[in-house]
Design a binder for this molecule. Structure first.
Ligand code: FAD
Length: 308
């Protein structure tokens, strides 16, 4: 039995485990992939005090830091179900059938970007295809880029990138943008942005090393068109990894775990942190901060409840 069992080994889960272990309480961390989304990241340049690092390096340092403490680290385990507290113990059931019990659980199972699933997208990932304007925008200074998706994220990304890129083309699949009116007005006021609606991206093209453009189908006419760009920002949704807690915790309409400012969920003794939650602005430093808050909240909960 643990005092704090963390599910997830990305920035949120790793930070939670460190904070919990530093309180001298029994801490476990289970994760499919220690490092999380950071493992899929090339350069990271927005973590304070670290001007530049690589995703794999950051993930390895995160794991080393966790292992400096007394944390029972259990990698390559996939949680399948969360069972609310019975007799003060929360249960996590794994795909293998194993069950772990803990007085508190912190869910930090993160999220994954929705991909277009077209040729070239995977091949040129981190070579021009990117999912994060805050992270990679500066790499495309003075270059033409495309943003895929006309919802709030896509339009925000296009506005953001217009200040850096030479030109931004925003491609929306439907016949109108879906972003808030105020964002659309801002977008339309920018001189170096073109909006194309009814556009279905069919391929990301490149020279083998970097992205050089993309191909899209103009849905009204059925014609195939090419666009020369050096960056493709895919903004068609972030999917939280929360299927396994569905039914046990309150989720919002996007499937994110609803948390309060302390990281508490709808279930007693269960806290959550990072990209799997309703926290805005999905970033490494934000996820790590959420992890610290969730661990300290779990500790507050423990000192207020009697040991079973
Ligand atoms: P994640 O990193 O998603 O970690 C989730 C963890 O939970 C993983 O260990 C995963 O294996 C585990 N998990 C999931 N489901 C289960 C399950 N059922 N059972 C057990 N374990 C499970 N942010 C920045 O600040 N700067 C950047 O430069 C940057 N670049 C990025 C580039 C890319 C390509 C991507 C995809 C994201 C980038 N981000 C960047 C965003 C950042 O990576 C995330 O905000 C951050 O990793 C979220 O941390 P997290 O711990 O909440 O979740």
């Amino acid at each position: 039995t643990f005092d704090v069992l963390v599910v997830g080994g990305g920035p949120a889960g790793a930070t939670t485990a460190m904070y919990a272990a530093r309180k001298g309480i029994r801490t476990g961390l289970v994760a499919e992939r220690i490092g999380g989304q950071v493992l899929d990241t090339a350069g990271i340049e927005n973590f304070p005090s670290v001007p530049h690092t690589e995703g794999t390096q950051f993930a390895a340092a995160l794991e080393r830091h966790v292992r400096e403490y007394e944390v029972d680290v259990m990698p390559r385990q996939r949680a399948a179900k969360l069972h609310a507290a019975v007799d003060g113990l929360v249960e996590v059931e794994f795909e293998t059938g194993a069950v772990l019990r803990s007085r508190t659980v912190v869910v930090a199972s993160g999220a994954r970007w929705r991909t277009m699933d077209v040729p070239g997208e995977q091949e040129y990932r981190n070579k021009g295809v990117t999912f994060c304007p805050h992270c990679d925008g500066p790499l495309f200074k003075g270059k033409p880029v495309a943003v895929i998706g006309g919802g709030n994220s896509g339009v925000e990304a296009a506005i953001d990138l217009a200040g850096l890129a030479s030109h931004v083309t925003l491609l929306e699949f439907g016949d109108a943008l879906r972003a808030d009116e105020v964002l659309q007005r801002k977008l339309n006021s920018l001189p170096n942005v073109t909006v194309v609606t009814g556009a279905q991206t069919t391929e990301v093209t490149g020279d083998g090393r970097r992205v050089t453009g993309l191909t899209y189908r103009d849905r009204p006419s059925g014609d195939s068109r090419n666009l020369a760009v050096e960056g493709v920002f895919v903004q068609i949704g972030l999917l939280p990894n929360t299927d396994w807690v569905n039914g046990a915790l309150e989720l919002n309409d996007r499937g994110e775990i609803v948390i309060d400012a302390r990281g508490a969920t709808s279930a007693p003794g269960v806290f959550a942190a990072g990209d799997c939650t309703t926290t805005p602005h999905k970033q490494i430093v934000a996820a790590a901060g959420d992890g610290a808050k969730a661990a300290l909240s779990a500790f507050d909960h423990l000192i207020r409840t009697t040991a079973p």
